[in-house]
Design a protein around this ligand. Structure first.
Ligand SMILES: Nc1ncnc2c1ncn2[C@@H]1O[C@H](COP(=O)(O)OP(=O)(O)OP(=O)(O)O)[C@@H](O)[C@H]1O
Ligand SMILES: [Mg+2]
Length: 251
């Protein structure tokens, strides 16, 4: 049985067919790259699956169970977590406190920030373990706003990981960082995700990264014939070359 399956999943915004009858099946343990041109609906699909956006029609099954109408919290409890294309961390909190808060929220504990100073031992230990797994231990006491862009991206992923998901969606975890940092971020993510047996879906525009790390690649693309013909990313994925001339009009 697939870990997650979407059946004819649909979410439009007026005329914009962001998620257009998507049938996606994700097997346990896979490391999938979700690729497609800007505006293809990748983020919208993740938003619908993580309940940030309501489903218009269609179904989402998680471990065979229909979760289409469940809330965001219920999906996190079931084991679905996601990171954000634009980093979504608390800038004024330390790196450590950001992770500790994620752990608290996973446990359904409502806590005042002031109480974080008196964290119980188990949470402190777990937060420190997460920080070392993501190479952020040395930045433990730095405010998130003082981290480099690459570190902030990793922290955002760490916050989703701290929810202990079975299925983790990472929306462009390497955007806005240098090519060198990209490799380091992807190595870190791949090692944590594979080490813990987490199923991951990563949105990534850099096809070198996509080809290097993925077990499977899912392409989301739609457009007029001319838009698809001229799209290098579609050509790269379908043909292994950014040369779109193979799509050239024959007439
Ligand atoms: N909340 C919204 N309201 C209206 N339109 C939206 C909304 N969110 C997304 N869209 C539109 O839906 C389409 C898909 O957007 P989405 O952000 O899902 O694409 P994407 O594949 O993630 O693109 P990118 O690679 O640029 O991140 C776009 O045309 C976008 O403008
Ligand atoms: Mg997006």
């Amino acid at each position: 049985m697939a870990l997650l399956q979407t059946i004819e999943l649909k979410r439009y915004f007026g005329e914009t067919r962001a998620v257009d009858h998507v049938n996606l099946s994700i097997e346990e343990g896979e490391f999938i790259s979700l690729v497609g041109p800007n505006g293809a609906g990748k983020t919208s699909l993740i938003n619908v699956i993580s309940a940030l956006l309501e489903v218009e029609s269609g179904q989402i099954l998680f471990r065979g169970e229909d979760i289409t109408r469940t809330t965001r919290t219920e999906r996190v409890r079931a084991g679905i977590a996601r990171s954000f294309q634009l980093v979504n961390v608390f800038d004024d909190l330390t790196t450590f406190d950001n992770v500790a808060l994620a752990i608290f929220s996973r446990e359904g504990k409502t806590t005042h920030l002031a109480k974080l100073a008196h964290l119980d031992h188990a949470v402190t230990e777990e937060a420190d373990t997460v920080l070392s797994q993501f190479g952020l231990a040395a930045k433990r006491n730095d405010n998130a706003r003082d981290l480099s862009q690459g570190e902030r991206k990793l922290l955002d992923v760490a916050l989703a990981y701290a929810l202990k998901p079975k299925l983790l969606f990472l929306d462009e975890p390497t955007s806005g960082v240098s090519t060198r940092d990209k490799g380091q971020i992807m190595d870190t993510i791949a090692s944590v995700v594979r080490g813990e047996g987490i199923t991951a879906v990563i949105v990534e525009h850099d096809m070198d990264v996509v080809f290097k790390y993925s077990d499977r690649i899912v392409v989301m693309a739609q457009g007029t014939p001319d838009e698809i013909r001229n799209n290098e990313q579609v050509a790269m994925t379908l043909l292994g070359s950014a040369d779109t001339s193979a799509f050239a009009r024959k007439d």
